[in-house]
Design a protein around this ligand. Structure first.
Ligand code: NAP
Length: 348
């Protein structure tokens, strides 16, 4: 297993993060015994970075994870969790108010059975709460020792920048990570979010790195997903997100590349993400021990650059405006500059 710094923080994490959304989920997840075996396989491989959330399986994911790590050395682990989704029926049992953030964090600490959370993430944007209230609440968690680092998830680029700048103006806390949907099929974050994170020093941790299993090649040749599969059980969300002709053509390219490097398609898809140093870690979800063991191969495997580039070109991302305007206009405008402009705009 190799380790990367989480963004520009000093925190080293395994470059495979273990996702625990399957833990305790009765429909498409696994029971506690399997979850424990998944955690053991992950830790035995040198994995340290584990992601959960207060809403996964209604809190059961945090509880199961807490019991699975109870006899481990807490300081060797980097535990990440999140708040934002409803945790009760009351109007304040959700979102990013000071009240909810404090209550949600205390409840997560209790379910996990730990004294502190390494990375506490806001799971989404709250349009009703001023961002300074949210950042102040997160800062108070850090000051009280309940949280070590703070991150975000599922925000627009402008919201990430606003939160980071607000934190900076207040003298803390600093956002160190963003957790977003990112895989070979869905590369939306490359337009605005990844460049913003890179500029601000946030590490990208990618959720759904295998496109809910599609990038393993398991759905090849199917016109409709098997009703018992992860896709079949979440048809309303996943079909429009991934089930496209171009995506299946891309899967064929991933399978072909896997044959060339003698690895699994999952390893190729995960190491494609890790080939971009703006990415800290894919968050790997597994339903079985066999799956996590297979996916851990990417912990120290680096995809050859020419294969990475071929896969990137296989389903090109349409950036659109303003990138096309900037790409046309910027090189001539700044032709006297000896160096490339810094930050997100790269000269072709
Ligand atoms: N911040 C957010 O909003 C957010 C959202 C979603 C997830 N997450 C985080 O990201 C983690 C991963 O998300 P995800 O579950 O959507 O990831 P994913 O990589 O897209 O899908 C994981 C699923 O793919 C299948 N799979 C995995 N490895 C496989 C293998 N080697 N061979 C065949 N099938 C395999 C399994 O499902 P089946 O066996 O059932 O097919 C597994 O549950 C979560 O656990 C969570 O921590 C965060």
């Amino acid at each position: 297993m190799k380790y990367r710094y989480l963004g520009s923080s000093g925190l080293l994490v395994s470059r495979i993060c273990l996702g625990t959304m399957t833990f305790g989920n009765p429909d498409w997840g696994c029971d506690e015994e399997t979850a424990r075996a998944i955690v053991t396989a992950f830790l035995d491989s040198g994995g340290t970075f584990i992601d959960t959330a207060d809403m996964y399986s209604g809190g059961a994911s945090e509880e199961i994870l807490g019991r699975a790590i109870a006899d481990r050395n807490r300081h060797d682990l980097v535990i990440a969790t999140k708040c934002w989704f409803p945790t009760g029926s009351g109007p304040n049992a959700r979102g990013l108010s000071r009240k909810h953030i404090h209550e949600a964090c205390d409840a997560s600490l209790e379910r996990l059975g730990v004294d502190y959370i390494d990375l506490y993430q806001i799971h989404g944007p709250d349009p009703g709460t001023p961002i300074d209230e949210t950042m102040e609440a997160l800062g108070a968690l850090v000051d009280s020792g309940r949280v070590r680092y703070v991150g975000c998830s599922n925000l627009y680029a402008w919201q990430i920048v606003k939160a980071a700048m607000t934190g900076e103006q207040m003298g803390g806390p600093r956002l160190v990570s963003a957790q977003h949907l990112y895989n070979l099929v869905r590369r939306d974050v490359e337009r605005e979010i990844l460049p913003a994170c890179d500029d601000l020093g946030l590490g990208m941790i990618c959720w759904s790195p295998l496109a809910s299993g599609m990038l393993t090649g398991k759905y090849r040749g199917q016109s409709k997903p098997d009703p018992d599969s992860r896709f079949g059980r979440n048809i309303g969300i996943y079909l429009s997100r991934y089930w496209w002709e171009e995506a299946f053509a891309l899967v064929e390219e991933v399978v072909k590349a896997a044959g060339e490097v003698d690895r699994t398609p999952a390893t190729v898809a995960l190491s494609w993400l890790l080939g971009d140093r703006r990415v800290t870690a894919p968050i790997v979800g597994a339903r079985t021990v066999e799956q996590i063991k297979a996916n851990l191969e990417a912990g120290d495997y680096d995809l050859p650059m020419e294969i990475r580039e071929r896969l990137t070109a296989a389903m090109p991302l349409r950036h659109g405006y303003p990138k096309d305007w900037i790409d046309n206009s910027l090189p001539n405008t700044f032709r006297h500059a000896e160096f490339e402009p810094r930050h997100s705009v790269k000269l072709p």
